[in-house]
Design a protein around this ligand. Sequence first.
Ligand SMILES: [Zn+2]
Length: 117
Amino acid sequence: MPRSRRNRRPPGQVHVICTGRGVHDPVPFRPDLRMIRTSDGQVRVMWNRRQGPGPVTGFGAADGLETYDIRCGSCGRHFKCHEDRLGIIIAAMAEFQGIRGDDNTPIVLDISLIERA
Ligand SMILES: [Zn+2]
C-alpha cells in the first residue's frame, strides 16, 4: 500500500504548452507551474524553482503578485498575464479538464487557447 503523502499537497500542478491553436506540435515550457493555496486562503501561482527561473517579468507589482510572461519559440505567441488572472484561468482549466485539487494529474494550460484580456 503506498504511503500517504496528503499533507501539503498543492492543489494543482500545471503543465504549460503552446500548440499555436493546433498549428504546430505542442511545445512544452519549463518550469512547470503550480497553484497553491496559502494559509490565509489566497491562491497563488508559483513555478517549480528546481527547473529554473520563473517566467515572470520581474516587475514587482504593488500587490506583491507576479506577471507571467511566456513566449512561444515556434509561433511567436506572447502570453502575458497577471498572476491573479492566471489563477482564475488555471482554475477554469482544471474544472474543464475534471482535475481536482488532490489529483496528481497536471492541468494542461495551452497558452494559444487563451484570449487576451
Ligand atoms: Zn506556439
